[in-house]
Design a protein around this ligand. Structure first.
Ligand code: SF4
Ligand code: FES
Length: 335
């Protein structure tokens, strides 16, 4: 998970136990516009140098100590050809209103912390040109589907818990001795999982996913894609353990293949493809467990390719495998 940086004066990023607004579409509903207008007319500010035009940015504000619901605030910022939406927010923060809170770190599409809704779409604000949104106004909201802690800062603990549940790290029953050297992979083996390893945990896919907003338990696109990243790694033996989580309704079967997660992904990870691929493999594994009860495999659970690897720890321990359920089956929602 990228480092979360809040530039807000109150320092609320990732605040545990924060009293955020409820998760889901209703949380993003705008209330009355407070309409404080700040004109970027001051001379001598760095952002104004050379700027002749301005563009309006309307930011959804939520300050829990003084508001019970979100409101909108409008700012005028310089419209420079090389500015991203994040530059506009930084201008507001530095020159107009130091109370605005939001996350960012790398400013180059790597850390994944600057995701927000811009004109209704989940984007990386450091990779979205302001000029492409002219003449404006540009509407900036917190990522949809997550509780809001303050202004544009959302609570991502739900994602972190779900990510941890799929064990996104290499699992092995035992490591080979150091004297045996590295774990070698061919370029083709690397290419199998590399696309999924490009995920930067920006959570745009969660904001775009209608199921994540509706199903509290849904593991979600990035966590499933990252589970696949390790399932497909020839060094890993943990596919059967992950299958125990992913084959539940809240795992892969809640996904109705809307596909928006892959559309909005800035890194080309294709989580929708990962989920469908996993559905096929999990179904095959289920049939295999019915027909060959002794034959529960490890990597084949995700890949359909056992490549002669040894059973995982859970398989060796004889853990019962959950049966796949069709989308729409609500037996395991827990609501
Ligand atoms: S899969 Fe793509 S959109 Fe989703 S968190 Fe990873 S990089 Fe972001
Ligand atoms: S600031 Fe790091 S991805 Fe945008």
């Amino acid at each position: 998970m990228p480092l979360a940086v809040t530039t807000g004066s109150t320092g609320t990023a990732g605040a545990a136990g924060a009293t955020g607004t409820p998760r889901g579409p209703a949380a993003a509903a705008a209330t009355a516009t407070v309409g404080a207008t700040a004109t970027a007319g001051a001379t001598g500010t760095a952002g104004m140098a050379g700027a002749t035009e301005t563009i309006a940015i309307e930011v959804q504000r939520y300050r829990p100590e003084e508001e019970t619901a979100p409101s909108w605030q409008r700012y005028e910022v310089p419209l420079r050809r090389d500015w991203m939406v994040l530059d506009g927010l930084n201008y507001i923060k530095d020159s107009l209103d130091g109370t605005l809170s939001y996350r960012w770190a790398c400013r180059m599409g790597v850390c994944g912390s600057c995701g927000m809704m811009v004109n209704g779409k989940p984007v990386l604000t450091c990779a979205t040109y302001l000029s492409a949104l002219a003449p404006g106004p540009v509407r900036v909201e917190p990522l949809r589907g997550f509780p809001v802690i303050r202004d544009l800062v959302v609570d991502v603990r739900d994602f972190l818990d779900k990510l941890k549940s799929v064990k996104p790290w290499i699992l092995r029953s035992e490591d080979k001795p150091l004297a045996d050297g590295e774990y070698l992979q061919t370029p083709a083996e690397l290419a199998e999982y590399k696309p999924y390893s490009m995920c930067i945990n920006c959570l745009l896919c969660y904001s775009a996913c209608p199921i994540y907003a509706l199903e509290d338990g849904f593991v979600g696109p990035a966590a499933i894609a990252l589970a696949q990243r390790y399932n497909l790694d020839t060094r890993d033996e943990g596919a059967a353990e992950r299958l125990d989580v992913l084959s539940q309704h809240e795992g892969i079967w809640a996904c109705t293949f809307v596909g928006e997660c892959s559309t909005v992904c800035p890194k080309g990870v294709d989580p929708a493809g990962a989920i469908q691929r996993y559905k096929v493999a999990a179904t095959a594994e289920w049939w295999r467990s019915l027909l060959l009860p002794w034959g529960k495999a490890s990597r084949s659970a995700a890949t359909g390719d056992d490549r002669g690897r040894s059973p995982s720890r859970s398989a060796a321990a004889g853990k019962e495998q959950a049966e796949p359920r069709p989308a729409g089956d609500e037996r395991s929602r827990g609501r």
